[in-house]
Design a binder for this molecule. Sequence first.
Ligand code: URA
Length: 192
Amino acid sequence: MLDWDALEAECRECRKCALCETRTNVVFGDGNRNAEVLLIGEGPGENEDLQGKPFVGRAGKLLDDMLSLIDLNRANVYIANMVKCRPPQNRDPLNVEQEACIGYLRNQTALMKPKIIVCLGRISAMKIIKPDFKITQEHGMWFEKNGVQMMALYHPAALLRDPRRRPETFGDLKTLQTMIRNICRHTYPAPN
Ligand code: URA
């Protein structure tokens, strides 16, 4: 296992899959590495690729708004993606790309030791929680794995496409807030 700086340096040079050919920037992660809550998205889009930061486009603005409803922000959570480089045309990351990249997320998770993992969308939930995860039925439900509480929210891009799902997501955020209050020592860990 690498420490944060070595891991980030290795990831920024990564050539483990073909996405390295088309990326502008590696999107390693953003937020507080000492946080107790880890959010996992799918992969960078165009804005993320250009800026090198996760969730900075329209979906990212919505994510920030969702988090602020329960007093979360990038100073008290960490945000990473399943794959660190943008899939062309924003297609779903291929299995080979996910497999090539998952080691970085595993190493990030091992360093952070989060109490709570929140998967953003179906692709992340299928990889992190269980392969047959059904986002329409199982969003907002808790799954425990290796002592970590895990749940999935609808992906913010899905909420932009279908705003009718927003009330359910508000309920899921409240569920997340309750879990944070119950098991997290500090909602506002010291910044790095
Ligand atoms: N969608 C994701 O899943 N991740 C990002 O970083 C941006 C959009």
